[in-house]
Design a protein around this ligand. Structure first.
Ligand SMILES: NC(=O)c1ccc[n+]([C@@H]2O[C@H](COP(=O)([O-])OP(=O)(O)OC[C@H]3O[C@@H](n4cnc5c(N)ncnc54)[C@H](O)[C@@H]3O)[C@@H](O)[C@H]2O)c1
Length: 328
């Protein structure tokens, strides 16, 4: 297929493009604003065309979409902590950006896939969310992702747009920016830095290896029905503290580096997705958490070229603001 993939200089989008080009022979144009989370290096080994621009800029989108049969939208502001300290960019990208892409898809009659998150359902104590569960977001991040999902649904309902929504659970794996739990803890553990765990660390997440998520999005693109939502959840759940302890074990770090810090305001306790519906499209998770975490630790250990510029750049100041201490 000929695809316009938005936000693919980031974590999940770059893994998606790598798989689509390598395994499916897709021709891909990437449109990305290159925020702090977007990096050209993430796609340095992948054949693609690149347009530097924002999804909320109609001219940039019009230039990038030429020749595409479908738009897959990963572009988003994605870090909950940043949405708490500065929600404005989240509104611009999630709302104005998604609107601009939907208008473009509508004008040109394109297939459209919106990449979304389990966080739109909010927290669940027991059981798992299905696609018909009520939407109950709790942070500016998840609220703006929910707003984008509702806008997509309105374009299906009102204009008959051939759009599907793919909601993933917590993804992890190579190329993830170190502000997120797993790469943060791996890199801190490798450097002997403190391992800051929010609150009691008993927040449970449904961990999804990034390549499984990327393949799930591909399944929804190719086989998903327009107008439908598909959950793509990981095969295993684990509490944050358990994840950090496993990383300590895999890196050989000192367990005494684990430090409980003030919890994130409004921190959701548990996310869990039922993936029954996407399984009917032929998708199944292939990577269990234990294996995926080992692969992820190995990737960060072997790819200092990727994280060294991040850990020595703007990220240091972000980290100090967030955790009140400097990286070593
Ligand atoms: N990381 C997860 O665990 C997870 C889970 C489920 C769903 N998602 C969703 O998957 C998508 C990708 O997440 P990620 O973790 O790869 O994020 P990321 O932060 O690593 O990457 C986001 C990318 O979007 C780009 N971008 C941001 N604003 C833009 C704009 N206005 N115009 C164009 N490009 C812009 C950034 O430059 C970056 O390349 C997001 O929509 C996110 O909500 C993420």
């Amino acid at each position: 297929m000929r695809l316009l993939v938005c936000g693919a200089a980031g974590f999940i989008g770059s893994n998606f493009v790598r798989i689509r080009v390598r395994d499916h022979g897709d021709e891909v144009t990437v449109l990305d604003k290159l925020t702090y989370a977007g990096r050209r290096e993430n796609l340095r080994d992948v054949d693609h065309a690149f347009v530097h621009g924002a999804i909320e800029d109609p001219d940039a989108v019009a230039g990038a979409v030429e020749g595409a049969e479908a738009i897959v939208n990963f572009a988003a502001e994605t870090h909950v902590d940043r949405s708490i300290s500065g929600p404005e960019a989240f509104l611009r990208t999630q709302m104005d950006g998604t609107y601009t892409l939907l208008e473009t898809a509508r004008e040109r009659g394109l297939r459209y896939v919106q990449v979304s998150t389990d966080e739109v359902y909010g927290s669940i104590e027991e059981g798992s969310f299905t696609e018909t569960s009520p939407l109950n977001p709790s942070s500016p991040y998840s609220a703006t992702k929910t707003g984008a999902d509702l806008l997509v649904a309105s374009y299906v309902h009102t204009y008959g747009l051939a759009a599907s929504i793919c909601r993933g659970s917590n993804a992890y794996g190579p190329f993830q920016y170190p502000e997120k739990l797993i790469p943060l803890m791996i890199l801190n553990a490798m450097h002997g830095d403190r391992l800051p765990v929010y609150g009691d660390g008993m927040q449970v997440r449904n961990w999804l290896f990034v390549e499984d998520f990327a393949r799930g999005i591909g399944h929804v693109l190719e086989h998903g029905a327009p107008g439908e939502v598909y959950n793509v959840g990981g095969p295993d759940e684990a509490a944050n503290l358990d994840v950090v302890r496993r990383i300590v074990g895999l890196t050989g770090a000192d367990p005494g580096l684990i430090e409980h810090v003030t919890d994130r305001p409004g921190h959701d306790r548990r996310y869990s997705l039922s993936s029954e519906k996407v399984r009917t499209l032929g998708w199944a998770a292939q990577v269990r958490f234990e294996e995926g975490l080992e692969r992820t630790v190995a990737w960060y250990r072997d790819n200092a070229w990727w994280w060294e510029p991040i850990r020595s750049g703007e990220y240091r100041a972000y980290y100090e603001r967030q955790y009140g201490r400097a990286l070593g």
